[in-house]
Design a protein around this ligand. Structure first.
Ligand code: FES
Length: 555
């Protein structure tokens, strides 16, 4: 492994070639990357390019996400302040390059579903372009390590899928930020300052999901991150998020990551699961083992491994507050049985389920329905996974949580179907893949019945709790804003700026929607949430201008 050196606020940092800036800085014990308008420090939170809280300035260019930027030898990295200096260079930036792509099938996303769709569509003979936001391959579930080493069977399985996709002949472009999707279909993106204009015949959206946070006082402190962010640090960059770690929330990922970090040498002070012990619900456990005996067995084995390593796993604990203390973080839970439990750590990982990354589907007009059991929107799809918009397919968690094995089966179905719609391959028998898909879905349903991802009512949170982490809007601000023009999410947004920050409401949006229904008593529907707006991710303005110029000269 090659060593590289760069500076952070003038201090020398040594890292491994291939590491992200976030991993290199975390490994060097630095966890404060930017300072907000109100003077609060922020660091890595989502670890996957969604929250925009890890912004740093790199070689004088502000707004670089440390989790998505590779560390390089000789870089000058600086803490980003709320209003970064833009320098005195008044020259117009160079007009970026424009590349136009016209594949039969455009796959958006390079995770389990996207790679499976890529392989299936290519095997059917279609010309395929796959765009992936990440620079490290495999998506959230199969994330590969930057140095090519394999940690376990999951990573090895992912390596096989990545290899098959590479060998398929599809053009796979990484580090792409998609900022717009329109009728046509027309997809606009940026890569390294260059504009990409994609006019495919069919589109398969496989953008996955991001983690649902637990909004409590202190959830924005550096050192508090999603469980997935901690997993990326370890699986992709072999960097531990801290030395003494608490993992909390609900769902199987928490247990898995706690075990991986313990094996990596971290001290896991506590794994706190909100739901009661699964052993109190033998019938639900039995259902799980009927629908997925191997995975149910894996879950039990994980629990036993944690016990063998003397990691305390406690059920019925709901996170209620995080505070900064001299030794790091003081993490408090409310016991279901009454009272509180406090534990000290230097890092806190949280995961309370997932939110689908469905902005591109919604921009394209795909019909959604609210799923009360999952607490999020599901995309309506046909048997072949085509959405309500002809030629637009949706696979994996972006269409509603289903897990990686289901995403793979869906990718195979949608890949073949999109290729057939573009005039490649014969109609094929969906039976085997659809049977596998039904089995995976039954397993997921049984799995989530053992967990509790219900959020704390927003109105029940202390009023100084940050609700919108980008705009630093508190619960009290939101309640006061709601009082101005009650009854509507749009007016709450206009009154408070909630949801108007760089993450575009991905974290506060669902909570703001719940705040409205808590007051109106109405049920959540597909119309309860913020509508996605272009650009769906922050990108350089000259890439947008270049795309516009190229499109106008086409007309
Ligand atoms: S931690 Fe980098 S964008 Fe969220």
């Amino acid at each position: 492994m090659t060593e590289i050196n760069f500076t952070f606020d003038g201090d020398g940092i040594t890292a491994t070639d291939g590491q992200s800036l976030a991993a290199a800085l975390t490994g060097a014990g630095r966890r404060e990357f930017r300072v907000t308008a109100q003077g609060s420090p922020r660091g890595i939170f989502c670890g996957m390019g969604v929250c925009q809280d890890c912004l740093v300035s790199v070689d004088g260019t502000p707004n670089r996400r440390a989790c998505m930027t590779k560390a390089a030898d000789g870089m000058t990295v600086e803490t980003q302040h709320a209003f970064p200096e833009l320098g005195t260079d008044s020259r117009l930036p160079e007009t970026p390059r424009v590349r136009v792509l016209t594949p039969d099938v455009l796959v958006i996303g390079g995770g389990a579903g996207g790679l499976s769709a890529t392989i299936a569509a290519r095997r059917a003979g279609a010309d395929v372009v796959t765009l992936d936001e990440r620079t490290v391959e495999g998506g959230q579930y199969y994330k590969q390590s930057a140095d090519g080493s394999l940690l376990d069977a999951q990573q090895a399985e992912g390596a096989g899928l990545v290899e098959d996709a590479r060998a398929s002949g599809a053009e796979i472009i990484r580090g792409v930020e998609i900022w717009g999707a329109f009728d046509g279909p027309l997809v606009l993106a940026e890569r390294d300052g260059a504009a990409l204009i994609v006019r495919p015949r069919t589109v398969i959206v496989a953008t996955g999901a991001y983690e649902r946070p637990i909004i409590v006082p202190g959830w924005t402190l550096p050192g508090v991150m999603t469980t997935g962010a901690a997993q990326t640090l370890w699986r992709s960059y072999r960097t531990l998020p801290g030395r003494r770690i608490v993992v909390c929330g609900s769902g199987p990922l928490n247990m898995q990551v706690a075990l991986e970090l313990a094996d990596g040498g971290a001290e896991i002070a506590l794994v706190a699961e909100t739901a009661p012990s699964p052993f109190l619900h033998p019938l639900r456990g039995a259902r799980l083992s009927i629908h997925g005996p191997a995975l149910a067995w894996q879950g039990l084995a994980m629990l036993r491994s944690l016990r063998r390593r003397r990691v305390p796993v406690r059920n019925g604990l709901r996170l209620s507050a995080v505070e900064e203390v001299e030794s790091g973080l003081s993490v408090t839970f409310r016991r279901k049985s009454g009272g509180t439990h406090t534990v000290q750590a230097d890092s806190l990982c949280m995961n309370a389920g997932f939110e689908p990354q469905n902005e591109i589907l919604r921009l394209l007009g795909a019909r959604m329905t609210y799923d009360p059991a999952a607490g999020h929107l599901r995309c309506e799809r046909s048997e072949t996974l085509e959405t309500s918009v002809p030629g637009i397919f949706a696979v994996g968690d972006c269409a509603g949580l289903g897990g990686a094995p289901a995403a793979c089966a869906e990718g195979r179905i949608a890949g073949r179907s999109a290729a057939a719609q573009s005039g490649h391959g014969d109609a094929y028998d969906l039976f085997a893949d659809q049977r596998a898909l039904r089995r995976h879905r039954r397993f997921q349903k049984a799995l989530w019945q053992l967990h509790d991802v219900s959020p704390t009512p927003v109105g029940g949170l202390p009023h100084d709790t940050i609700l919108c982490r980008c705009e630093e809007i508190t619960v009290g601000d939101a309640l006061a804003g709601y009082a101005v023009t009650p009854g509507h999410l749009g007016t709450l947004k206009r009154a408070t700026r909630v949801g108007m920050g760089r993450c575009q409401g991905r974290y506060c949006g669902p909570a703001a929607a719940r705040l409205i229904v808590e007051h109106t008593g109405e049920a959540l529907t597909d119309r309860s949430f913020f509508a996605p707006r272009v650009p769906v991710k922050p990108v350089a303005i000259n890439a947008i201008l270049a795309a516009e110029e190229a499109l106008c000269s086409d007309d």
